[in-house]
Design a protein around this ligand. Sequence first.
Ligand code: COA
Length: 315
Amino acid sequence: MPIPKSEVVSDVWRDGIFANKVLFCTGGAGSICSAQVRAMVYLGANACILGRNVEKTESMARDIATARKGAKVLGLGAVDVRDAKAMEQAAERCVQELGSIDFVIAGAAGNFLAPMDQLSANAFKTVIDIDVIGSYNTVKATMPYLKRSAHQHQTNGGPTPTTGTGGRIIFVSATIHYTGAPLQTHVSAAKAGVDALAHAVCIEQGPWGVTSNVIAPGPIGGTEGMERLAKHSDVANSQKRIPAGRWGTVKEIADATVYLFSDAGNYVNGEILVVDGGAWHRSGTNNPGSDWEYPDFLLSGRGVTGVKGGKKSKL
Ligand code: COA
């Protein structure tokens, strides 16, 4: 469904700042990533979004393309970030059809709630594979194009380059591993790996003009993550615990994305931009009001219900 510009990006950004640029985004049909892509398209970019689900990915691409007259948004379904070859082919196809890859969002992620006694070795590995290996495959597949773009659109701290920016990657991570969170062993380990990967890319690819940063969203309302994973029985209490007093919006993640990809983010590299209203500073594991209050839930012996898979076993 077409979404008005005011819902995905602030009006502080100038129209056309990403004209003639191409964004490549894994997990691009998801609620956060699709907003990031839509914001970039509103501001002039074309885009290629990737996902495993063909129908979901293609229909989201068509929908995002409505953001701007003449926008081209390619939806490549049946592409799994765990498949290095498929990622390489997707990047080639993006460049063939759209002309370049100037910006990348490594957004594909796997998540479900499970305590360790419901988390098989394969379940743990699956999330590591999607998040860490998938992000690495994204880097490998797109880096030659990002380097080319960085070279063509060099910034030196002076006036805004007439051709704008390019050669930038953002990894979408999380904040749960800063303090630790029960039921999220697999995701905490995976996101720590994603953060480390982003920093490594900054160090090794920075000399070619590439920037590599992380956006770590906090609780963002209306997203699959919050609906499927948070299951707050007391939303008001959950929001009260956040210094900002509310959940964030996808627009606020999109604005952070535009900042890092735009001329405003030229000298930001190897950074983690936490966009969470201050939430993680008040986190920790004692979440009264949550259905999984710590440590009562773990000690109760109850399993996690209402989520797929994960038979309960003794550790
Ligand atoms: N609890 C515990 N284990 C679970 C689980 C759950 N809720 N869901 C899946 N698993 C386990 C499976 O049982 C399997 O392990 P096993 O072989 O030991 O039985 C393993 O994880 C792989 O599951 P499978 O369904 O084959 O993996 P998949 O690659 O098809 O799916 C997931 C990946 C599991 C991450 C799935 O949740 C997914 O596709 N998510 C994509 C969307 C998403 O999570 N986005 C993030 C939004 S915040």
